[in-house]
Design a protein around this ligand. Structure first.
Ligand code: SF4
Ligand SMILES: [Zn+2]
Ligand SMILES: [Zn+2]
Length: 307
């Protein structure tokens, strides 16, 4: 198998691109792909300082590396979620990546902020991913706002976006579909733009990128992801991809180009203000403050019963 670019010995084959690459050609190929996504979707202005959400997994570390290689000014943001050893390993990995390269990383522990994912799930009936999503969204917005970043980039990849799209289509979640886009413009002055530069990059491609770039990442999946419906959707999409390479990319890109603009509601209601924390909210309390209040009340009741 020969490299499509230089004719040397190829080490990786990308069926969806009908191409094969040696490692020296693969790395710039992926970087150019991401650069094209950023420019096609107008994600980031060249002079903007990007806050990169870094979990310690392959996608977010590949994304941070690519943005730096493309010349963007970046700062990493890691949230210690409080999911046992998985979170400890993720934090150590993100810190090591930043330290080895002399990069700025904002490291925030949700436990220090008052509520971690394990406590939220122990005291409520909410699924871990629901509580986790609420807390992540809140702190991404809050920390970007407090520190003056105009844009936050996350490592969502093509597999994530295709699985999410399939889930939303299966249930015709029109409201979610109207917001599924690689660029989420702020609907309030306290929100910042959110972008997904890897939305056309597969999990396999970002794992190979990390391998070729010698990036250490946390290989294990979050223990809470076991049995998640999204994994079933990914499995189905992988079968489709194997039978018809390029299906995933086509599914997502055609949705973004053709269907999403029809569903988008740019004139939708803009949020008010959370009475507790001052962040944007559609009700008296924002989702994070409601979660904190619920956990606090249940914890107090439990402690009162025990004493
Ligand atoms: S799998 Fe769920 S709990 Fe784990 S990091 Fe992802 S959203 Fe959070
Ligand atoms: Zn080559
Ligand atoms: Zn709030």
């Amino acid at each position: 198998m020969k490299c499509t670019r230089c004719g040397g010995r190829a080490e990786i084959k990308l069926r969806q691109h009908n191409a094969a690459f040696c490692r020296d050609c693969y790395v710039p190929f992926i970087q150019r792909q991401v650069e094209r996504s950023i420019s096609k979707q107008k994600m980031i202005e060249p002079d903007e300082h990007v806050l990169v959400a870094v979990s310690g997994g392959k996608d977010s570390l590949a994304l941070w590396d690519i943005l730096i290689e493309l010349g963007y000014q970046t700062t990493g943001l890691h949230l210690g979620l409080g999911i046992g050893e998985y979170s400890d390993r993720s934090t150590d990995t993100a810190l090591a990546f930043a330290q080895q390269r002399g990069l700025q990383l904002i490291n925030v522990s949700l436990r220090d902020e008052g509520l971690a994912v394990d406590e939220a799930t122990a005291f409520t009936n909410r699924p871990a991913c629901s509580a986790c999503g609420t807390l992540k969204r809140y702190y991404f917005d809050k920390l970007a706002l407090d520190r003056g970043f105009p844009v936050i980039a996350t490592g969502h990849n093509l597999d994530d976006e295709a699985a999410r799209l399939l889930g939303n289509v299966l249930h015709w979640q029109v409201e979610y579909l109207s917001r599924q886009h690689p660029v989420l413009q702020p609907t309030h002055e306290k929100f910042v733009r959110k972008v997904k530069p890897l939305y056309r990059t597969t999990e396999y491609e970002s794992a190979a990128y990390c391998f070729f770039r010698k990036i250490d990442y946390v290989i294990e999946e979050c223990p809470n992801s076991v049995g998640a419906t999204q994994l079933t959707h990914k499995h189905v999409l992988n079968q489709l991809e194997a039978a018809s390479p390029g299906s995933k990319l086509q599914f997502v890109q055609e949705f973004i180009d053709k269907a999403q603009p029809l569903l988008r509601d740019d004139a939708g209601d803009s949020p008010g203000t959370c009475e507790n924390c001052g962040m944007p909210s559609y009700s008296e309390l924002c989702a994070r403050c409601r979660l904190v209040r619920e956990v606090t009340a249940k914890r107090e009741r439990k402690e009162a019963r025990a004493s």
